[in-house]
Design a protein around this ligand. Structure first.
Ligand SMILES: Nc1nc2c(ncn2[C@@H]2O[C@H](COP(=O)(O)O[C@H]3[C@@H](O)[C@H](n4cnc5c(=O)[nH]c(N)nc54)O[C@@H]3COP(=O)(O)O)[C@@H](O)[C@H]2O)c(=O)[nH]1
Length: 662
């Protein structure tokens, strides 16, 4: 049976005090007996002495009466003697107690079985013979000492009280003091140490007892050591010893956590299975030492190719898993994949051996290609084998459809960039018509890619990819330069119309856009008021502080700002309030629907709202006469659309402009 430290200390102290109390009581009774013996002895010797004196003094029975004074003195001096009397067989001859008439039985004094204290308690008197000679006749009288019972019990009860006071109460106080002392210095600290050892709760503060303090300090040290060892073991269990990368255990933990989060937040992530090409040959031909060293280098290279929030684990000899969570598009992901492959595609010098090793990468996506680690591993592995089958040093997606899409995007990306070098882009211009006068007041520059192999490619096909991969900055800059060039050319020919240029959010927010744009206008002596920058609502979604600053700067410079495709995307009236917008372009979808009840209300409302906010309102995608009539009726400012003209190349636009202005 176990007990708490507090209980143990309490029992220990209590047992100690019980023993002490037993000893004290034994001592008390022994003392009491000794005292009783001493009292009895004193009374006895007083008695013997008195009897001896009386024997000498008394010569005849008549002398007894003369002894009164002596007896009174002895009775009053004797502490425990109540009275003294002398009697013969029949009657009391003399007594210090005037009321004493009878003798008292005194035989108990000789009863041997009783303790001295009991004798004192029980006997009332003791007596002694007084012998004397009247002539030759021996006479025996009895001398009796009557004991003062009250005095005796008062004496013993006083002694008892003192004993209780000294030996009874004092230990109780000592007991309480000891209890608090032991509890405070031993029981509580030990209990705190126990709790610390058991729960590893907060480290107890230093104790005042040296031994306990040593134990506490040792425990703290032990726990710290254990904590470090635990951490080391934890890390070891999750680290690949050769490469220092995460191992399969760590991958399992990471993937489970990520899958749970991604499923909750409905997000996808990419799971890459990386396998080195020809690694087995290197191992077999140059030995495992070289292979190991190569693996170490490759591992650190893969880590270097990744961003801090990507995850990499070595899951087999030359197999790695990379998890990429944050990417905006497949193209951004493929850029990461290509970076890994490019980093690994170098010649490594290992123990003087030049070694080249490529990699094949299979890519699967959570949740599309697998909802758990096993299926993601399996499917990315299948994709990796497909990459190897197709000639190594490649990457391959698990689904063929995605594979095709990515391959198409990659070749589009390549061709799109080449097209700029080969001067395959052209700007077409769609007239903007003033509704009241019916004349051309401007032109929207729209890019066209005229490929020698594929013919005219619409901007819808490549603009979004150019925005995704950042090529829009280069392409957009070409558009601006070409539009300004054309504007200057027309101005010199007397065609002084404003030009609207589509500028993507990425381009607008790119480095130095404002400075370069202003320089372009200044260099060509272009009136900024003749240039209209078309932006979409998408711009307002991000970096709104920065956007606002750029738009205000452009506006202050004199450039007009048009909000394109109004009403289709992320429309919020607060944009119209916060940003300096000159023109509102109603999206074609609203214009198409102008003849329905709701549709007409929308168009009408947008026109009124725009004009109330001092904006010009331009209808897009106008294809029919009725639409123009309706727009005219509701007071819309301008329109553009196939009804008047499609976007034309610069020459055709010029012809049309000159035709309609005459
Ligand atoms: N960042 C840049 N974006 C550009 C540039 N050039 C074009 N674009 C954007 O590409 C999208 C598609 O443009 P496009 O194929 O040229 O189509 C434009 C018009 O041809 C078309 N349109 C005009 N009128 C009609 C019509 O009556 N019917 C009909 N079906 N289509 C018509 O609309 C497009 C103009 O759209 P918008 O820009 O919204 O005014 C398009 O989003 C362009 O913005 C560029 O140089 N840079």
């Amino acid at each position: 049976m176990s007990m708490s430290i507090q209980k143990f200390i309490f029992s220990l102290v209590a047992t100690l005090f019980s023993i002490l109390y037993i000893l004290f009581f034994y001592y008390h009774f022994a003392q009491q007996e000794k005292t009783a013996e001493a009292i009895l002895r004193a009374i006895n010797s007083q008695m013997l002495e008195t009897s001896y004196h009386l024997s000498k003094e008394i010569k005849s029975i008549n002398d007894v009466a003369s002894l009164r004074a002596m007896l009174d003195r002895i009775a009053s001096n004797g502490d425990f003697i109540d009275s003294i009397f002398i009697h013969d067989e029949d009657e009391i001859l003399i007594s210090t107690d005037p009321f004493r008439r009878k003798t008292i039985s005194t035989n108990l004094i000789f009863s041997s079985g009783l303790s001295a204290y009991d004798k004192l308690e029980q006997i009332e008197a003791i007596e002694e013979d007084v012998r004397f000679y009247e002539g030759k006749k021996a006479t025996v009288l009895k001398l009796t000492f009557v004991l003062d019972k009250d005095e005796i019990s008062l004496y013993f009860s006083e002694r008892k009280s003192k004993f209780l006071l000294y030996f009874g109460l004092a230990p109780i106080f000592i007991f309480i003091f000891l209890w608090f002392l032991l509890r405070g210095f031993i029981a509580k600290p030990l209990e705190r140490l126990r709790q610390f050892a058991y729960y590893q709760s907060e480290i107890p503060k230093a104790f005042k007892l040296r031994e306990l303090e040593t134990i506490r300090y040792s425990m703290v040290q032990t726990f710290q050591r254990l904590e470090n060892e635990k951490k080391e073991l934890y890390d070891m269990a999750r680290t690949d010893m050769l490469s220092g990368l995460a191992n399969r255990n760590a991958l399992e933990e990471y993937a489970h956590r990520l899958i749970a989060n991604s499923s909750r937040e409905r997000k996808e992530f990419a799971f890459l299975f990386v396998d080195l090409d020809n690694f087995k040959d290197i191992n077999d031909s140059l030995g495992h030492n070289v292979g190991d060293e190569l693996l170490k280098k490759i591992s650190s290279m893969i880590s270097e190719a990744l961003r801090s929030n990507d995850f990499v684990a070595r899951v087999g000899g030359d197999e790695f898993v990379v998890i990429v969570e944050k990417y905006h598009s497949i193209m951004e992901l493929t850029a990461i994949v290509e970076r890994i492959q490019n980093y690994l595609e170098q010649t490594w010098i290992i123990q003087t051996h030049p070694i080249s090793v490529g990699s094949s990468i299979g890519i699967a996506f959570y949740p599309k290609d697998g909802r758990d680690l096993i299926s993601l591993m399996k499917n990315s592995d299948i994709a990796m084998y497909e990459a190897k089958n197709r000639g190594r040093g490649r990457y391959h997606f698990f689904t063929e459809e995605l594979n095709k899409r990515v391959q198409d995007s990659i070749s589009l990306d390549k061709n799109m960039r080449k097209a700029l070098e080969n001067d395959e882009y052209q700007l077409h211009y769609q007239p903007k018509i003033d509704i009241k006068s019916g004349t051309i007041v401007g032109a929207e520059a729209l890019i066209r890619w005229v490929s020698p192999t594929q013919g005219s490619i619409a901007p819808d096909v490549f603009i979004s990819l150019a925005e995704e991969n950042g090529f829009i900055n280069e392409l957009g800059w070409w558009v601006l330069q070409d539009a300004i060039r054309q504007h200057t050319l027309w101005k010199n020919k007397g065609i002084d119309i404003s030009i609207s240029i589509n500028v993507s959010a990425k381009q607008l927010l790119g480095d130095n856009f404002i400075d370069q744009f202003k320089k372009l206008l200044d260099d060509n002596e272009v009136d900024p008021g003749k240039i209209d920058i078309e932006i979409t609502e998408y711009l307002f979604l991000q970096h709104s502080e920065e956007n606002s600053k750029i738009l205000h700067e452009l506006h202050d410079y004199g450039v007009k700002i048009s909000l394109d495709d109004f009403g289709t995307g992320y429309s919020s009236l607060s944009y119209l309030k916060r940003f300096p917008i000159d023109n509102l372009k109603i999206d074609k979808a609203f214009i198409d629907d102008y003849d329905s009840k709701r549709g007409s209300i929308f168009v009408d409302t947008i026109v009124k709202m725009g004009q109330t906010l001092n904006m010009k309102v331009i209808a897009e995608g106008v294809e029919h006469k009725e639409q123009v009539e309706y727009l005219s009726k509701i007071g819309c400012d301008q329109y553009q659309g196939y009804y008047f003209s499609r976007a034309l190349n610069a020459d055709d636009f010029e012809t049309l402009f000159l035709e309609q202005s005459h």
